[in-house]
Design a protein around this ligand. Structure first.
Ligand SMILES: C[S@@+](CC[C@H](N)C(=O)[O-])C[C@H]1O[C@@H](n2cnc3c(N)ncnc32)[C@H](O)[C@@H]1O
Length: 328
């Protein structure tokens, strides 16, 4: 896991421009392809995309904890807005025994399709790999759809069209930055698909989302960065050059599986889950707890919730609240 540390001022500038472009995207939605060449994709893949991979790894670990695997009827995996192919990479590495017959790499950018095709071919030489433009792609009921970090680049119409198109999929794994904007869009997708799909993660229940009404809270978690990163001079340089806090990987995500494609083996189910990060005080912490009753702020006594407090100190991705009746 090597950081492609920007080696020149020009590369730093390229990354800064890319980041600005991602940040500005909602106002400039509909912008055309920004992947000017292969070297920009390479730079992205070894820097920003590694950080995105760590988020995918956290989600894959959570899915493994739940005994979830890609549904056997999902013979085709579709990486929508694939960029450098990090979503496929995470799934192929995380579910090594899954053998999709076909992997579709779809992006409006030809450079991105070509770059990710090379990467994925290397990871699964035996699979049929098909790069497709969005116009050539039709989602089928045998598709596992992987989507990552595209929401801020879609205007409302594009988001609605994509949401509609993926309704026929067997399963959907969608990971985005943990921002209020992305969280709200994922919540609206969840609501739209709730009657047809089982919510595999992150929700501890299958009811309406407690954060549907716009307020100050949003559904997000913090994925951990691998510990080696903090010993790596390359990542330290990257962090300094780009003014990025390596520890902070906020993520909003949604994993859905069509009800008819569901194996009954998915267990154990979470009942209550902590969102975001807690605020610590002497002997207790305040935090948001999600359950089928909704999302509520609670105050937890450290002495009653020792394991949850330990999980937070380790920056764990899934913090289950087991005895929330003790909340004040
Ligand atoms: C920030 S990159 C994320 C790439 C990759 N999914 C990842 O997580 O690293 C967003 C990608 O979405 C693609 N994209 C943006 N709008 C699109 C659209 N309307 N149709 C297809 N691809 C689109 C871009 O070309 C780019 O490759």
């Amino acid at each position: 896991m090597k950081a492609g540390v920007p080696k020149s001022r020009a590369e730093v500038k390229d990354l800064e421009q890319l980041r600005q472009l991602f940040l500005d995207a909602p106002e400039r939605s509909g912008v055309s392809d920004y992947w000017s060449d292969n070297s920009l994709l390479e730079l992205y893949d070894s820097t920003f995309a590694r950080r995105i991979l760590w988020k995918w790894e956290a989600v894959v670990r959570e899915l493994a904890l739940k005994n979830w695997v890609p549904p056997p009827n999902a013979s085709r995996w579709v990486d929508w807005g694939c960029g450098s192919g990090v979503a496929s990479e995470a799934f192929l590495l995380g579910f090594e025994t899954s053998e999709p017959q076909e992997i579709i790499l779809s992006d409006r950018s030809l450079h991105a399709r070509q770059f990710s095709e090379k990467k994925v071919r290397h990871l699964r030489p035996q699979a049929r790999i098909v790069p497709l433009s969005p116009e050539q792609l039709q989602i089928q009921e045998t598709d596992l759809v992987l989507i990552s970090h595209v929401l801020t680049e879609l205007n409302d119409d594009q988001f609605q069209t994509l949401s509609e198109n993926i309704e026929s999929a067997a399963a959907i794994v969608w990971i985005e930055p943990g921002t209020p904007f992305c969280s709200r869009r994922l919540i609206s997708l969840r609501q739209r698909l709730l009657s047809k799909f089982e919510v595999i993660a992150p929700c501890p229940h299958q009811g309406n989302c407690g954060l549907q009404e716009e307020g100050r809270d949003w559904c997000h978690f913090f994925a951990p960065a691998p510990s080696e990163v903090f010993q790596s001079s390359e990542w330290m340089n990257f962090s300094k050059e780009m003014k990025i806090d390596l520890r902070s990987l906020p993520v909003s995500f949604l994993v859905l599986q069509r009800k008819s494609a569901l194996e009954p083996s998915i267990a154990p189910k979470l009942v209550k889950r902590a969102l975001g990060r807690p605020r610590f005080y002497k002997g207790h912490a305040k935090l948001l707890i999600c359950s089928k009753e909704g999302v509520n702020e609670a105050s937890l006594q450290e002495r009653n919730h020792k394991s949850s407090f330990k999980s937070w100190q380790r920056d764990s991705f899934v913090v289950e609240i087991t005895n929330a009746q003790d909340c004040d």
